[in-house]
Design a protein around this ligand. Structure first.
Ligand code: NAP
Length: 293
């Protein structure tokens, strides 16, 4: 059995589906009682509800499992402490495999959510556990949060430079790799960068969205102040806002490039392109924001 932490988030759900397709038995750690239902719908029976910052909860979650896929909640101020708690508990429980969901280029110090993941990677290297680290680029799925604005107003808005290119990746490919490394031998002590085949700027993303939707989609660079105001109104935490602002400042100055070769090698096929991703999500999301979700 494999334990998935952060199981009810978008990464956790994708990883669970990929592992279930391989017939793996899954135990899931979720934060709130109402997230149990999400997991039950995915066919997970063994569910622990609780706070992953708690040693007691993590110890209980690790009881009876042979492997763990650790997903820290996005933009969490305690990522290093959580990583330490989970690694220590996994060592005490004697788990055979520890897979850590990290991020592309964790060595970038000016982005705290990257730098904190590097510290967790360091702890893993020194843990004595048999580990694998996955370092995904930004998910293509992130654009779906602004789908209504894209189709209703013809605007794709980002608070950084429109001409800077970023590596992106389809979360479904990341999940497929998670299931492969969790189920096959030979991935012990590996660190894998997971990037899709293209580097795309926000201008290029807007153009591809326009072609797919047969609409004129304009790439717009929001000011960081305006983005911050919107994020505060939407209820994002102060820590998450501060961390994202640091990331946007980085993206303003630098491109964010990784290498796509490893992902294709692990999948044994070409990784998904952005157009392929749009073809897949289009039937569900479509060109009308008034659809059912
Ligand atoms: N998004 C990307 O493009 C991308 C790319 C590369 C790597 N990553 C990394 O992927 C990881 C997962 O991202 P995600 O967007 O899937 O995460 P997420 O949606 O934040 O999901 C994490 C889950 O953990 C739960 N949670 C929060 N605090 C918890 C706690 N103290 N104890 C137990 N559970 C808790 C959340 O519940 P609530 O919803 O109730 O808070 C949520 O269900 C992050 O570490 C992120 O840095 C993301």
């Amino acid at each position: 059995m494999i334990l998935i932490t952060g199981a009810a988030g978008k990464t956790g759900r994708a990883v669970i589906q990929a592992l279930k397709a391989k017939g793996r038995f899954i135990k899931a750690l979720v934060y709130h009682q109402d997230q149990e239902l999400i997991l039950r719908k995915l066919g997970v029976q063994d569910i622990i509800v609780g706070d992953m910052r708690s040693h007691l909860i993590v110890d209980e979650a690790l009881r009876g499992v042979r492997a763990i896929y650790h997903i820290c909640p996005n933009m969490h101020p305690d990522e290093v402490q959580i990583g330490g708690t989970v690694i220590k508990a996994a060592s005490s429980a004697g788990v055979e495999r520890f897979i850590y969901h990290s991020v592309l280029h964790p060595q970038i110090e000016s982005m705290p959510h990257h730098w904190h993941k590097l510290r967790v990677e360091e702890m893993l290297c020194e843990s004595g556990l048999s580990w694998t680290i996955l370092q995904p680029a930004a998910y293509m799925q992130n654009i779906l949060t602004q789908w209504d604005q894209i189709v209703d107003q013809g605007i794709y808005a980002v608070p950084y430079a429109l001409d800077k290119r970023l590596s992106i990746v389809d979360l479904m490919d990341v999940a497929a790799v998670a299931a492969i490394v969790a189920s096959e031998r030979g991935h012990e002590y590996a660190i894998y960068e997971l990037c899709g085949p293209e580097l795309l700027s926000p201008y290029e993303i807007a153009a591809k969205l326009g072609q797919k939707l047969e609409l004129e989609i304009k790439g717009i660079a929001l000011s960081i102040d305006l983005w911050e105001q919107k994020a505060r109104n939407a209820g994002l935490s102060t820590y998450a806002i501060g961390t994202l602002v640091k990331m946007f400042r980085y993206y303003k100055l630098h491109e964010f490039r990784g290498n796509p070769q490893v992902l294709g090698w692990l999948l044994g096929r070409s990784a998904e392109t952005f157009e392929g991703f749009l073809d897949r999500v289009f039937p569900e999301y479509g060109s009308n924001s008034q659809r059912d979700r």
